[in-house]
Ligand binder design. Structure first.
Ligand code: GDP
Length: 177
């Protein structure tokens, strides 16, 4: 339960990137508020949500940024990446193209972000397993080659969402603490 007078030991900025409609906003909604919506969003503009958690007896405030639709206009700016210590690259495992675009997103990320940024590759919508268009092995191979953490998630069914954020934040903590 939230304690407003809690002492914060670290604030970590993590950015979500990937094509439109892969589920970035819903992953964040699931993690930060345990909510999910099938409605597509109308708002444009960079937004972030925070969630405070305890890792290794330290209070960590995670600040997770969502592109909020900017990626549709290829207008994700360097301000978005500034200060980020983690990045979650999201594709939709039922949309091959969203996975193929991970190369470009990774390039953009590496050109804007700090060298030490921790990167996690996420194949979202694993609840739609019967519509799978990206074999797990393809993603694993890519992740291994590029030195990324990898997981499949479902924001809808909550599968691996908590684990995904906990894994990246724990690794960030390990590097920065
Ligand atoms: P964004 O543009 O990457 O932020 O994608 P959204 O979070 O807005 O999600 C796009 C659509 O996919 C919405 O209709 C969501 O409800 C849906 N969606 C997101 N995550 C999942 C998931 O894990 N499973 C399923 N079945 N649908 C999802």
């Amino acid at each position: 339960y939230g304690d407003y007078n809690q002492k914060i030991d670290y604030v970590f900025k993590v950015v979500l990137i990937g094509d439109s409609a892969v589920g970035k906003t819903q992953l964040l909604a699931r993690f930060a508020r345990n909510e999910f919506s099938f409605d597509s969003k109308a708002t444009i503009g960079v937004e972030f949500q925070t969630k405070t958690l305890i890792i290794d007896n330290k209070t960590i405030k995670s600040q997770i940024w969502d592109t909020a639709g900017q990626e549709r206009y290829r207008a994700v700016t360097s301000a978005y990446y500034r200060g980020a210590v983690g990045a979650i690259l999201v594709y939709d495992m039922t949309k091959r193209q969203s996975f193929d675009h991970m190369v470009r997103w990774l390039e953009e990320l590496r050109s804007h972000a700090d060298q030490s940024i921790v990167i996690m590759l996420i194949g979202n919508k694993c609840d739609l397993g019967n519509l799978r268009a990206v074999p797990m092995e393809d993603a694993e191979e890519f992740a291994q080659r590029e030195n990324l953490f990898f997981m499949e998630t479902s924001a809808l069914e909550s599968t691996n969402v908590e684990t995904c954020f906990l894994t990246i934040l724990t690794e960030i903590y390990r590097i920065h603490a």
